[in-house]
Design a protein around this ligand. Structure first.
Ligand SMILES: Cc1ncc(COP(=O)(O)O)c(C=O)c1O
Length: 365
């Protein structure tokens, strides 16, 4: 079976974790400090802050910048943490439709949803596809908004050759297994603003400004040194892993472009996609069967696949209950037709070609 993800640590990564375990330094410590510096340097930013997950990496900037009721423009086609961390910080996610080709936040729709309460925009580099940086930055400047980039899926992505991690105001990563870089559970929040960085660090550790001296109400969102040690080692092979994903995506793009009824995600113009996922839209009328049937046929041919995501955030019961029913046509269409197929760094060029062949074969049954 060709898997949908490759979650295997190298011997070096395992040894780095064991060395920490043997040292007894289990909590957040020198490994986290070094990981923060090395990751920030790698993406070209000033400050890195490790945290317990990609979700906490998002929650901490929102805790630092939102007042109750502040609105944040979020794409509806994403993982729930993009929006739920706004809610958990007392803000209100306002759902925006996405572009039918790139699957990224649609700024024309966002424009129609700006109010006097809008405080920030939360563009997601979905599946590793970088957002159009100048367009988002121009939009944010026009409406005086903070930008919280959700780069949970976009380690190694860039625009015009600049890593997405170097952009203002805040960039949030996840190191959950199956991501382009993984440590287990973990996250990193990157920024260039020393004051914001200091504030987020307070919230990360119970608002503790001195020993048992608390100036804010915070949480325990710390990463452990075991995970940081794995992350430091893994950072050394991030570029290679992303290069393999790009090679595989090139093979898939070339092969699938020939198959009627299949439409791969379009890379943002001037963007360097990091291919966390390779997603296609399956048009039943032209392909001969729909997404779910293709998924089953691929499994029968030894190719794992998955649906990211089967519904938009505005269609999640929790948000329907809060905000009522909304219609976001593109998101809803993507949710019905999208299928993720293997592209990961463990996939050989041969296997990528086999994936193309399996889809062509599945079309003919
Ligand atoms: C777009 C996006 N944002 C945020 C997160 C949250 O990351 P974590 O699962 O590490 O909390 C994820 C996780 O998959 C994600 O895909």
């Amino acid at each position: 079976m060709i898997g949908i993800a490759e979650i295997k640590l190298t011997d070096n990564e395992i040894e780095a974790a064991i060395a920490v375990l043997k040292s007894g330094g289990l909590r957040q410590g020198p490994q986290c400090n070094a990981f923060e510096e090395e990751f920030a340097a790698h993406v070209g930013a000033k400050h890195g802050m490790t945290s317990s997950s990609g979700s906490s990496a998002l929650h901490l900037p929102y805790m630092s910048m939102l007042e109750p009721g502040d609105e944040v423009l979020c794409p509806s086609f994403t993982f729930i943490a993009t929006a739920s961390m706004v809610s958990m910080a007392g803000g209100k996610p306002v759902f925006v439709d996405v572009d039918p080709d790139t699957f990224l936040i649609d700024l024309a729709d966002a424009e129609s949803k700006v109010t006097s309460r809008t405080k920030a925009i939360a563009p997601v580099h979905l599946f590793g596809n970088p957002c159009d940086r100048p367009a988002v930055e121009g939009f944010a400047r026009k409406h005086d908004l903070k930008i919280v980039w959700d780069a949970a899926q976009a380690h190694g992505a860039g625009y015009d050759g600049k890593d997405v991690g170097s952009w203002d105001d805040v960039v949030c990563y996840s190191f959950y297994p199956s991501n382009n870089m993984f440590v287990g559970e973990g996250g990193m929040t990157i920024c260039n603003d020393a004051e914001l960085n200091a504030k987020m660090r307070l919230f990360r550790s119970h608002g503790m400004a001195g020993k048992y001296y608390h100036t804010e109400l915070g949480l325990n969102y710390r990463m452990t040194d075991v995970e940081a040690a794995i992350g430091r080692e893994q950072l050394k092979r991030l570029d290679d892993m992303v290069a393999t994903r790009r090679r595989n995506a090139d093979i898939l793009n070339a092969g699938l472009g020939q198959i009627a009824g299949i439409k791969p995600q379009a890379t943002t113009l001037n963007g360097q996609h990091a291919w966390h996922q390779y997603c296609i839209l399956v048009y039943e009328k032209d392909f001969g069967c729909g997404r779910d049937v293709l998924g089953e046929r691929l499994k029968a041919r030894g190719v794992q696949n998955g649906v990211h995501y089967p519904r938009g955030m505005h269609q999640q019961p929790v948000y329907e209950a809060k905000f009522g029913k909304q219609t976001l046509a593109v998101t809803e269409q993507l949710a019905e037709t999208i299928l993720a197929i293997p592209v990961h760094h463990g996939l050989s060029a041969d296997e990528a070609s086999q994936v193309v062949d399996a889809i062509a074969d599945a079309r003919n049954r």
